[in-house]
Design a protein around this ligand. Structure first.
Ligand code: CP
Length: 326
């Protein structure tokens, strides 16, 4: 068990080794148990986390804010538009200065081509851990919560379990591709056989696909890519259909929206759920476009684990904060 994570950043899913992710899961399960028993666990008394948001959030804000408070610390909620960032404070100033006031610096910046660079630049100058609350490339805390949920539902030995990561239609906005990219990087390390399904215009970044394929080879897991959502669902144990934008195909929002419109039939419904194993779990990081991306019958149905998945954001984030900020 690797336990020395003090001072470490978590920006990309692979920043923590497989063994270190195991440690995060162990601590997260312990903290979940402690919270259920109302056992005090003030591991970060008087520590303060800066939470800098360039984009809206329900779960990420709530779970980091509640999590640091439950650990005996405090959160500073900072919306970028209320700062001097638009007047000249660069990522260097944010890393240098907030890194001197706070004990951890969590950032959400999902703008295509900018977010990940911003987090890495802030981390270069920060003396405290930088935690990625989602960028254009990765959403590592969501994927840790997903992994914890899969372990809860399917057991710790996930070898030969089939997980489908599928594109799904959504009309609300062009969502970042950080979640599918993080899933294909993290899940092969834990033994899951992955099937990635998407229409041709919704490819993930080539360098991430190469890394994912290499990891699947290293860990002896399956990794298939298909443009057939129905075929992907067949006999799956874990299904994770969600929308993402066509940013690798076009950076023009209007053209991207027109491409998305072609694939309205990519909805997760009961017919598709029936193609998976009867005890398959349906996952979604939320927010979902109800009855567009997924039907109410699926998201509210017996196979859905979306609320346990959302809850686990709290426990894995507390684990990472306790391990890195103590
Ligand atoms: N899943 C997730 O990151 O939710 P929010 O966008 O509400 O934070």
């Amino acid at each position: 068990m690797q336990t020395f994570l003090h001072g470490r950043d978590l920006i990309c899913d692979l920043d923590f080794s497989r063994e270190e992710v195991e440690t995060v899961l162990d601590v997260a399960f312990d903290l979940k148990r402690k919270r259920a028993l109302n056992e005090p666990h003030a591991l970060l008394r008087d520590k303060v986390l800066a939470m800098l948001f360039f984009f809206s959030s329900t779960r990420t804000r709530g779970s980091f804010e509640a999590g640091i408070s439950q650990l005996g610390g405090h959160a500073g909620f900072i919306e970028s538009r209320t700062t001097q960032i638009s007047h000249g404070d660069t990522a260097k100033e944010i890393g240098e200065i907030l890194g001197r006031y706070y004990d951890g610096l969590a950032i959400r910046h999902v703008e295509w081509g900018k977010g990940n660079k911003y987090l890495n630049e802030a981390a270069k100058y920060s003396r405290v851990p930088v935690l990625n609350m989602q960028c254009d490339d990765y959403h590592p805390f969501q994927i840790l919560a997903d992994l914890m949920t899969i372990v809860e539902k399917k057991g710790r030995d996930l070898r030969r379990k089939k997980m489908v990561v599928s594109w799904a239609y959504a009309a609300s906005y062009q969502k970042p591709m950080s979640i599918p990219q993080s899933l294909v990087l993290q899940m092969p390390r834990f033994g899951l056989d992955l099937v990635l399904a998407h229409p041709p215009e919704f490819k993930l970044k080539p360098q991430i696909m190469e890394q994912a394929q290499e990891l699947a080879r290293k860990y002896g897991t399956g990794f298939e890519v298909t443009d057939d959502m129905d075929a992907a669902m067949k006999d799956a144990d874990v299904i994770y259909p969600k929308s993402w934008g066509a940013m690798n195909t076009t950076e023009d929002e209007k053209v991207g929206a027109e491409i998305i419109k072609k694939y309205e039939s990519w909805i997760m419904d009961e017919r598709r759920l029936a193609l998976a194993k009867p005890d398959a779990i349906y996952m979604h990081p939320l927010p979902a476009d109800r009855n567009i991306e997924v039907t109410d019958a699926v998201i509210d149905g017996p196979n859905s684990v979306v609320y346990d998945e959302a809850e686990n954001r709290l426990h894995v984030q507390k684990a990472v904060m306790a391990l890195t900020m103590s």
